[in-house]
Structure formats: C-alpha cells, structure tokens
Design a protein around this ligand. Structure first.
Ligand code: FE2
Length: 416
C-alpha cells in the first residue's frame, strides 16, 4: 500500500513539473517562433468607415498571409484576402510580419475575421467600422506604457476597456515600450493587449523610447514601423510616424517629436512636419481638431522642456484652431489653460488646450511639477491613469481616471 502511494506521489510530481514547464513555455515562447498567428493588431491605414488593417506575426517559415472575413450574422458571405509577409530581423530571431488592409467594407458594420496562412489559423475576432455619417463616439487614450514589464499596462488597458467597452478605438501617446528594439518587450506589450487590440484599432504616436536598442543606443525605430501600420498621408520621410485620420466629427493629427534622436537621418524633421501640418489642418473639414505628439510643447519637468516644439508647432495649432494637443513623455497628467501667442490667463481664454496624459505603464517620474500655465496638475505616482475622450457635433468631453476609478480631471468644450 505504501509503495503504491509512493508511486502515485512520484507521478504527481512528474505531472506537476511537466505542467509547470508547459506554462513556462507558453508564457515565454516568443511569437518569432510561432507557427500560429500572434500579436494580432487592428489599426487603420485608410478611411475609418470602410477599411480596417490587420497586422500579425509568425515565425519566418510562414510567409503566406490570409484574412478571412465576413459581415457578422451573414452566413456564407466570407471573403478571403491574401498577401505575403515581410521579414524583420530581431534580437530574438527573424519574424514574419503580415499586414493586410481590408477595403470596401460597409460603414457602421460589425465583421468577424480570422488570420492565418490557410492552415494555421487564429481564433475568430470581430471589429466594427466607423459609421458613414458622423455620430457621437468615444475613444480611450493612454499615456506612456513603457516599463520593465507590462503587467501594469495590461491592468490599465483591461480596466479602461472593461469600463468603456463601446470605445471606438484607442490611442497610445508613445514610449509604448522601454527599448524599442527589444523583441521581448514588444512581444510582451502585444500579449498584454490581447482581448482589446484585435477588437478595436490602436492608433499610436511614436516616442523616444521606440528608438532605443537593447544597449540604450539610438537607432531607427524599425520595430515600431514594422509592427504597427498607419496611414501614409504624412511627409514621406516620416512614413508610419506622422499621419492623420478622421473619425466622426474629429480630425486626428499625429506628429513625431523625436528630433533629438532622429534628426541625424531625417534633417529638418520639425520644419518638414510644420509645412505638412499647415496643409493637413487647413484641409481638415472636421469640427474638432485634435493633435497627438509624444514630447509636450508645454512640459512639466523640473529641467528645461522642448521649446523648439513650442516654437515650431504652437503658432500653427493656433492659426488652424486646434482644440486640444495631447502629449506624453513626462508621465504626469497636466491640463493647461487655453494658450495663445505664449499667453494664458484662465479657463475662458483663447487657443488650444495642452494635455499631458500621465502614464499607463509601470514607470513613474517624481521630478515633475505644476507650471504656471496648468489649470490641473497631477502626478500619478501611486497608480496609473487613463483618459476617455467623447466627441459629438457640439461637445468634446475629456475625463481622466485613476486605475481604481477615481476621477482626476473632467473637462469639456462646447461649440454651437
Ligand atoms: Fe518619452
């Protein structure tokens, strides 16, 4: 009897050890070794009402890409689009990046889809296109998600999405990861986004950390531009980093503020963007104009900020009536008074409002402070935060929450 119990105890240990190994393999198996589609992400590279772009990764041996998609609830209507992957060399081996743009979709319509190569398929997911006519909508906005690990980012994203499951899409203000050329960090960032980033598009802003390799040297942000696909309507020199799109009554403009890192290979990158920004904003026919940039034009650091950004862009924001300029980088939440020609007085003033979005990952900065142009300042040292932005024809409403649900700021603007 005792021998029998010893036998079972031995096998119990064996199976427990096997289970532990399996869990570790699943947890740390990089997508660069996966036959099945991994890191599946929705973005827009075209019109938000009738296109959707889906990007995913596999090991280098899977080069054939397929998306099967159909209007939800319409049987036998599935269509298949095919393509070929691009190979990207990473510090964890070569990875195949697949990206397919679905076009001619019906506006305001739910679709289900799966991706694969025809043999190894993902599960089914779904997305909904933007309505043809502008209607009220909201989106989620996250400050820097960078960190040594991405559990905090996952908590912030999941919590924000669970509380706002009707959000049309989400935005990340840059410094998505700590080391932009660390495949492990990107893989963990995508894993943390599972359950959200295959269902609503993520439109991102590039940060300075996207240009750092694993030895903290500044390099081209090749993983950012390879793994996340955005409209190519910006200056050609800044493809994938500077772009704009429309959703509902709002025009969204995304800039690249990494002059310190990138000007070596993109000379005059701020002037290039200034010229493009004038054309972009003057052509924007939307009621609300929102700009997103990683480094803030009006900062909260104890040391000097990036005054060149203020000089280059603020006059253009003012001239074309930008409503809000969102930024990151300082890991603090701050909202300015409206600022015009470098002057501010109170909440009723003229000019764009500048909002620094806080942090959604585990990195905090103690060395920030309220500035004279701030109407609200809050350093999210104790827990991360996120923003909801609701847009309708007449109203823009921004709410800022701590992870625990407590409100940090609530600010709105009305146009008649
Ligand atoms: Fe940054």
């Amino acid at each position: 009897m005792r021998q029998l119990s010893k036998f079972f105890t031995k096998w119990k240990i064996f199976w427990l050890a096997a289970l532990l190994v399996l869990v570790l393999v699943i947890r740390f198996w990089p997508s660069s070794l996966s036959l099945w589609p991994s890191n599946i992400t929705l973005t827009w590279t075209g019109n938000t009402a009738d296109t959707e772009t889906v990007t995913w990764q596999t090991c280098k041996y899977i080069m054939y890409s397929k998306v099967e998609y159909a209007e939800r609830g319409v049987p036998f209507s599935a269509a298949v689009l095919s393509g070929t992957a691009e190979l990207v060399d990473t510090d964890m081996g070569c990875v195949a990046v697949h990206s397919i743009k679905l076009t001619h979709l019906k506006p305001g319509t739910a679709y289900r889809y799966r991706v694969g190569n025809g043999f190894f398929w993902s599960p089914y997911y779904s997305f909904t296109t933007a309505p043809a006519e502008a209607a009220p909508f909201s989106f989620l906005l996250f400050g820097d998600s960078q960190g040594y690990s991405f559990g905090v980012w996952q908590d912030t994203l999941d919590t924000a999405y669970n509380r706002n499951s009707s959000a049309a899409f989400m935005m990340n203000i840059g410094d998505l990861v700590d080391m932009g050329l660390s495949y492990r960090q990107w893989d963990e960032w995508f894993h943390a986004g599972r359950g959200v980033i295959e269902t609503i598009p993520i439109m991102a802003v590039m940060g300075n950390h996207e240009t750092y390799n694993t030895e903290w040297k500044i390099v081209q942000p090749l993983f950012y531009t390879a793994f996340l696909r955005f409209p190519d309507n910006g200056p050609p020199e800044l493809k994938g980093k500077v772009y704009s799109f429309d959703y509902g009554d709002a025009h969204f403009t995304i800039l690249d503020t990494q002059r310190q890192e990138e000007e070596e290979w993109i000379p005059n990158m701020l002037i290039l963007q200034q010229e493009w920004l004038k054309r972009d904003l003057s052509a924007a026919a939307k009621r609300w104009k929102l700009v997103f940039m990683h480094r803030p034009a009006y900062h909260n650091r104890l040391i000097a900020g990036d005054e060149d950004l203020q000089e280059t862009f603020a006059p253009v924001f003012e001239r074309y009536n930008v409503d809000v300029v969102f930024a990151g980088h300082d890991h603090a939440y701050a909202r300015s008074y409206p600022i015009s020609k470098g002057k501010w007085s109170d909440e009723k003033g003229e000019g764009p409002v500048y909002i620094t979005t806080g942090r959604s990952g585990d990195r905090t900065f103690a060395k920030t402070e309220a500035k004279s142009w701030n109407a609200v300042f809050y350093n999210p040292i104790n827990q991360p935060n996120y923003l909801t932005v609701a847009v309708s024809e007449r109203n823009l409403q921004i709410n800022v929450y701590q992870l625990n649900g407590e409100i940090i700021d609530s600010w709105g603007k009305t146009k008649n």
